[in-house]
Design a protein around this ligand. Structure first.
Ligand code: FAD
Length: 481
């Protein structure tokens, strides 16, 4: 059915149904349902088709959102999918986990004029899930095969997006990952209630059917050095993400029962995938019946809190030193967490983890927000005499991540890094200071978002293509098809 656009005057904003908190607390399935074709068409037709599409401008991939909304409203779903997938290597994943409230939907003119943004993420998810079901998502068949090969280290969204783009150009692509599954944080970090694993698996399977070779359980630094990979491939892309967790530096931080967020989430995700995880089975990383305190206010903290609820924790508290308005995590996820039973203790910082061998509690003090620092953020200051104690037998540190020491890990001291430990690349070519070695995703940007990793992976693939074309021109014998 073809619809007119600008229906925001007639139709209210609607999101797909959300499962009740009671039902979703007991499983790891996604919490949002899906639009019916009619609902997707109606919601897409609310778009104002602005002359300057702020949604597109504020999308890291510059997705052509107004046009695929118009095609959805017109019922031309296959074209909507073609357009959406032209700029995005995994639209159904971004539709599920992008913080749209901070990106496209937050910039929608209808949001600014208080009509409520077009529900862009839910429509994007609807379009691509429909495309999968109807067989419109097909493996890549390059127009011509090329001999030149690219080695990609890291199978997260940055590596996957680059692999897709390079295969489309006909290059031979090998993806190395130290884990046993491809997907990076999409598989082992982000819980199933935000992104079911089957959604990632079908993308990984598509890459395999497109001719990408996977070498899993292959850790660069242990199974091969970077110089060795450079000899094997014509170009190498580093897309290893950031995994060194920031820890607490307070008394008691080393007690049993204090754990790093990613260890906790990986154990939960692996258990959900059917793997045996001894540290989960013996109770160390299982929140069941425990008083859980999560320290931090970002997306990782939200995921730990909501995982603990699903594991049957006795109580789940979030300690964050700023207030709700100043937390880095998505507001949508905070609402979901509150609905599910998480207790937020705002403006609070931990002082010590209490206990003899095992954690039994956290001593904390209240904070107030002082004057803004150079970044414009108000810095939290402790309030004297405000100390109090919380019961805790599982304390999860969700304080962010930093890069590992890659030059040392990779056996390549000449790999240039920034003062934050991220890889330094040329902003245009995406190449590092080492000839033919490129980098993308969190390892360049620092801990960020999936949509930025996809963007970086695609940009790096284009940089690699240009490099390989030049290399082939300089050595024509190797370039012959
Ligand atoms: P990663 O996804 O980290 O992938 C890197 C890969 O490299 C991994 O598979 C790793 O095994 C591999 N690797 C590392 N070192 C080596 C080595 N030496 N040899 C071989 N392989 C190696 N973003 C969102 O947009 N929305 C969200 O809701 C969201 N939730 C998040 C929740 C959590 C708990 C976390 C931790 C992050 C979340 N993010 C979210 C951020 C997002 O997941 C990352 O920004 C994104 O995955 C980065 O992609 P990447 O490809 O750069 O790295």
């Amino acid at each position: 059915m073809a619809r007119k656009m600008l229906q925001f005057t007639r139709l209210d904003q609607r999101t797909p149904d959300k499962r009740s908190a009671g039902t979703r607390r007991v499983d790891f399935d996604e919490i949002y349902g899906r639009f019916t074709p009619d609902a997707a068409g109606d919601q897409a037709s609310r778009c104002e088709q602005c002359g300057i599409p702020f949604c597109q401008i504020h999308c890291p991939l510059q997705n052509n959102i107004p046009d695929w909304l118009m095609l959805t409203a017109a019922g031309r779903l296959e074209e909507a999918y073609a357009l959406s997938s032209a700029t995005n290597s995994m639209p159904e994943i971004c539709g599920r986990i992008c913080p749209q409230d901070r990106l496209c939907e937050g910039s929608c003119v209808l949001e600014q004029s208080r009509h409520g943004a077009v529900t862009i993420g839910a429509v994007e998810k609807f379009i691509t899930d429909t495309a999968w079901e109807r067989g419109w998502v097909k493996p890549i068949l390059p127009l011509r095969e090329r001999e030149q090969s690219v080695g990609i280290i890291g199978g997260g969204p940055a590596g996957m997006a680059a692999a897709e783009q390079l295969r489309a150009q006909g290059y031979q692509v090998t993806l190395y990952d130290r884990y046993d599954r491809i997907g990076g944080l999409l598989v082992y970090g982000i819980p199933g209630f935000k992104l079911e694993k089957s959604v990632v698996e079908r993308r990984v399977d598509l890459l395999a059917r497109s001719g990408v070779i996977f070498k899993t359980n292959f850790e660069v630094g242990r199974d091969a050095s970077l110089p060795e990979l450079r000899k094997t491939h014509d170009a190498v892309l580093i897309a290893t993400g950031v995994y060194k967790a920031r820890g607490l530096s307070i008394p008691g931080a080393g007690l049993r029962g204090v754990t790093k967020a990613l260890d906790y989430l990986i154990a939960s995700n692996r258990t959900g995938l059917g793997d045996r995880v001894p540290a989960f089975e013996d109770g160390t990383l299982d929140a069941k019946d425990k008083a859980v305190v999560v320290i931090g206010g970002g997306d990782t903290a939200m995921d730990c809190l909501r995982t603990a609820i699903r594991q049957g924790a006795r109580s789940v508290k979030c300690l964050y030193r700023r207030d709700r308005a100043n937390m880095p995590g998505s507001q949508r996820e905070v609402i979901n967490a509150v609905e599910e039973g998480v207790d937020f203790v705002w403006l609070t910082a931990p002082e010590a983890v209490l206990g003899d061998e095992r954690a039994t509690g956290v001593r904390a003090h209240r904070m107030h927000l002082g004057v803004a620092d150079a970044t414009g953020r108000q810095s939290p200051q402790p309030i004297a005499g405000s100390e109090f104690t919380l019961e805790a037998d599982l304390v999860i540190e969700a304080l962010g991540f930093e890069p590992e020491d890659l030059p040392a890990v990779f056996g390549e001291p000449r790999l240039p890094i920034t003062r934050w430990g991220t890889i330094q690349i040329d902003p245009v070519s995406k190449m590092s200071g080492l000839d033919g070695v490129f980098a993308a995703g969190d390892i360049v940007r620092g801990a960020s978002l999936v949509v930025w990793a996809v963007r970086d992976g695609r940009d790096a693939a284009e940089g690699i293509r240009r490099y390989l074309v030049a290399k082939a021109a300089a050595a024509p014998a190797k370039a012959a098809p």
